[in-house]
Design a protein around this ligand. Structure first.
Ligand SMILES: CO[C@H]1[C@H](O)[C@@H](O)[C@H](O)O[C@@H]1C(=O)O
Length: 719
């Protein structure tokens, strides 16, 4: 058991009660596989049922008692009359699973208006069996809330993966297009099983090379593999491609030759890949070229692509992750009250504010097939961030949320951190932008402003490691992203339960402890890394361990000291009106709550306030004592996770048990490393003792500062 099968494990059901019940209820399957998608649906059902029921599944006629019939109105008359009779609409991708008695025959119907809906229904049905659910009186309708549910791969053409910790890229550009690795198919199956319907193959720190003919052939080969599974391929477009590979003198988005060049390229792409999804573009950010280089705006740039893609049905995902201009130009730290040459407050140099400052004024200027892709938080995928103030700030623009599945700032592929609670915290956050209940989820799914296109992105944690994600529990984050993209109202607990049942089985002695571990893991990581709203205090470059002391990295806003602002008085970044005033970017309801130290959620307090060391927090403890408490409890929780993990030993296979056990050992060591290093460092400012009932750090601050990580994986590949 090495984890390769992910959650698609179709081992024979061990519990005889369920096995017999399922065998009795499913006499055989009936699918009229008139399309490639229905064919893969049929194959999956055959493989799944044969495995789970422990015997090859028969094909039966549609009139057979206990037949399982899957199809669309065009593939099956039974399905057609069922959907008509029940007046069920499943839309482009939804499905219905119903128990029906027709002509005295008991049937299970997997019905959808589209082939893809059938495939999704098949995966759902197999999940019911994998997780020992009743299939006696089924009546489920499931329709995704967000249209485009997309993975972003930060994969480079040399197969290194930026911020990837699970080996190298699964895209083998060397043997493509002629060699189709089985992994590509299993990748498509896995994604389809959780409803992911798009993949951006290449890094946002882009290479133009992927837009040249030989690479487009390779992309086409992947698109052909993915098509039956409902997965569209997208690419990243490097803004300077017309210059780099087109030999033009400029990439100015308003230049007719440039427009013509992109148009020609897109015509070519769509000839090869008729369902090509579109482009994801990182422009004028972290050294990437963009329209601003030609005196144009993000809107000018995005709209050029939008006009070209629109006739083909393609979209532009234009990233709002920008922080270049101001801070880099000045290289200055934010200082209270200081003005720059133009008389503008340097406060605006707060990196937190930059995406909003650049994009908000462009609201309403983007074409209909442009989506602005906004990271969940204002800075960068921290263990905990408040939601980005852009959500809700651009009513006339379709925004899409971007989450990071790969754990760049969360212990990478070494720490067990279940991220569904992190994703949910953002999705459920109320922006108050259009009144109470204007959650990030409702902004993303387009329901609040009735936008035509909706999308959501997750930065993949997938590589060529045997188990795909490095840490086995990284699979749960991939799974959770897909499930939430389909239905953001699902709870983290439910998703964890689904994943555990499919991955480890249904024994409550496995399910309960693993679910407890997962549910505690994210808060534990926040506590041992960045409690109370601390952020970006990881080592510069690799972002792995603690390095709150770093103050001379390339740019001011790459330095941990820029973010925590520890001094003799206290700790934290004042983003109220007396500080950078970033809070003014939120709706008044949100701002009011967070600008007051008394009402600000303690989880975010150091995001918004410079809190005195002896200030009494809502817990009754002083800031310093609370900081100690959280760092210690974070590390203790990992110890607890280790203990709980030992209880599942008898019930799961040795290989996966030991894999997780060993990684938890490392995680516990490193949680203590984080705790000790950070507390010793912050103590140089607070000058207060670590309460004596805690185990004292066994190393000095100097020791932690001297640690170097030449082996740190996944370092930014392009910069
Ligand atoms: C792809 O580049 C990444 C960069 O490696 C990463 O450290 C930061 O999180 O964000 C960038 C981005 O999202 O563009």
């Amino acid at each position: 058991e090495n984890g390769y099968d992910l959650w698609l494990r179709y081992k024979k059901i061990e519990d005889p009660t369920y096995l017999n019940l399922y065998r009795k209820s499913i006499a055989g399957i009936h699918i009229n596989a008139i399309s490639p998608t229905l064919l893969v649906a049929k194959k999956e059902l055959e493989m799944g049922l044969s495995g789970l029921l422990g015997a090859p599944i028969k094909e039966v006629g549609a009139q057979t008692d206990n037949a399982l019939i899957a199809g669309t109105p065009s593939s099956s008359p039974v399905i057609k009359s069922f959907l008509e009779k029940e007046k069920i609409k499943t839309g482009q991708e939804g499905f219905a699973i119903y128990s029906q008695t027709i002509n005295n025959k008991k049937l299970i119907l997997i019905a959808a208006e589209t082939d893809l809906g059938v495939l999704y229904g098949v995966f759902h049905f197999l999940k019911l069996l994998q997780s020992h659910q009743s299939i006696q009186s089924l009546s489920t309708i499931s329709i995704p809330k967000i249209q485009r549910r997309i993975l972003n791969h930060w994969d480079n053409l040399n197969r290194s993966v930026e911020r990837g910790y699970a080996g190298i890229s699964i895209w083998n550009w060397h043997t493509l297009p002629d060699y189709i690795d089985k992994r590509y198919i299993d990748y498509a199956r896995a994604n389809a099983s959780i409803g992911i319907n798009g993949t951006v193959l290449t890094n946002v720190n882009a290479s133009s090379l992927v837009l040249t003919d030989p690479y487009l052939e390779k992309v086409k080969a992947l698109a052909d593999v993915f098509r039956p599974y409902g997965i569209r391929v997208y690419l990243t477009a490097k803004f300077s491609a017309p210059v780099e590979i087109g030999r033009l003198k400029t990439a100015d988005p308003l230049n007719p030759e440039v427009i013509e060049w992109w148009k020609h390229l897109c015509d070519k792409i769509y000839k090869m890949i008729p369902d090509f999804g579109g482009f994801l573009i990182k422009a004028n950010s972290e050294g990437q070229p963009g329209p601003q280089g030609y005196g144009r705006t993000h809107a000018d740039g995005a709209n050029m692509f939008a006009d070209i893609l629109a006739p083909h049905g393609g979209i532009v995902m234009w990233r709002a992750f920008v922080y270049d201009a101001r801070v880099q130009r000045r290289g200055e730290h934010f200082e209270e009250g200081k003005k720059d040459v133009a008389g503008e407050s340097i406060a605006s140099a707060d990196r937190f504010k930059q995406a909003y400052l650049e994009f908000k004024p462009l609201d309403g200027k983007f074409k209909e097939n442009v989506l602005i892709q906004v990271k969940n938080g204002p800075i960068d995928f921290q263990p905990r961030e408040p939601f980005s103030p852009l959500f809700g700030a651009m009513p006339n623009t379709q925004l899409m949320a971007e989450f990071q599945i790969t754990q760049e700032y969360l212990g990478q592929a070494t720490h067990l951190v279940y991220q569904a609670p992190l994703y949910k915290e953002c999705l459920d956050a109320d922006t108050y932008a259009y009144g109470r209940g204007s959650t990030v989820a409702k902004i993303t799914d387009g329901s609040l402003k009735k936008h035509k296109i909706s999308a959501i992105a997750g930065v993949a944690n997938i590589g060529n490691d045997i188990n795909w994600t490095g840490h086995l529990f990284g699979q749960a984050n991939w799974y959770a992203f897909g499930r939430l993209a389909w239905d953001h109202t699902l709870s983290s607990e439910t998703i964890a339960e689904e994943w555990i049942r499919q991955t480890f089985g249904n024994n409550p002695k496995v399910l309960q402890p693993i679910q407890q571990i997962m549910m505690a893991s994210r808060e534990a990581a926040v506590n041992y890394m960045t409690p109370l709203g601390l952020h970006h205090i990881m080592g510069t470059g690799h972002h792995y361990g603690p390095a709150p002391w770093v103050e001379n990295a390339g740019r001011a806003d790459w330095n941990p000291v820029y973010y925590h602002k520890a001094d003799k008085k206290g700790l934290g970044f004042d983003r109220t009106a007396t500080g950078s005033d970033a809070l003014s970017q939120y709706a008044p309801e949100v701002r009011k709550q967070w600008e007051n130290m008394k009402t600000c959620n303690i989880e975010y307090i150091l995001w918004f306030h410079h809190v005195p060391w002896n200030y009494t927090l809502s817990t009754g403890r002083s800031l310093w004592d609370e900081l100690c408490f959280r760092y210690y409890s974070g590390a203790d929780t990992v110890k607890w996770m280790q203990d709980i993990w030992t209880t599942v030993k008898a019930y799961i296979d040795e290989e996966r048990y030991n894999h997780v056990r060993q990684l938890l050992n490392i995680q516990h060591k490193e949680a203590k490393w984080w705790r000790n290093a950070c507390l010793l460092y912050f103590q140089t400012f607070s000058e207060l003792p670590i309460p004596s009932h805690y185990e004292a750090p066994d190393k000095t601050l100097e020791y932690y500062k001297s640690l170097r990580f030449p082996h740190a994986p996944g370092i930014n590949g392009n910069l």
